[in-house]
Write a protein that binds this ligand. Structure first.
Ligand SMILES: [Zn+2]
Length: 94
């Protein structure tokens, strides 16, 4: 089922935004569930508020990939609020 297409509901993050995600991951001490590694590559952000009513309106799940080449299940994710990582032009003013 491999596909190069980016799903439209996913948000691609800029490098500064990825840095913010990594800073948060380090902050909360997130570890890979498979190998316990703490080195991650940041992928797309999936907006959760749209999909799940139980989520906050600004909740996102950001994909993380464990950088350990021996990791058996390298894909995980981190739960973030919009203002924790999105600093882009799409910000509505308060
Ligand atoms: Zn891992």
């Amino acid at each position: 089922m491999g596909s190069n297409g980016r799903r439209p509901e996913n948000t691609e993050l800029s490098d500064p935004e990825k840095d913010l995600v990594l800073a948060h991951v380090e902050d909360i001490g997130a570890k890979c569930h498979s190998c316990g590694g703490t080195d991650f590559a940041v992928g797309d952000a999936l907006y959760l508020g749209f999909l799940f009513r139980s989520e906050d309106q600004d909740a996102y799940m950001v994909a993380l990939t464990c950088k350990n080449p021996d990791c058996e299940v390298p894909h995980t994710g981190v739960h973030l609020h919009r203002d924790q990582f999105l600093r882009g032009a799409s910000h509505e003013s308060a």
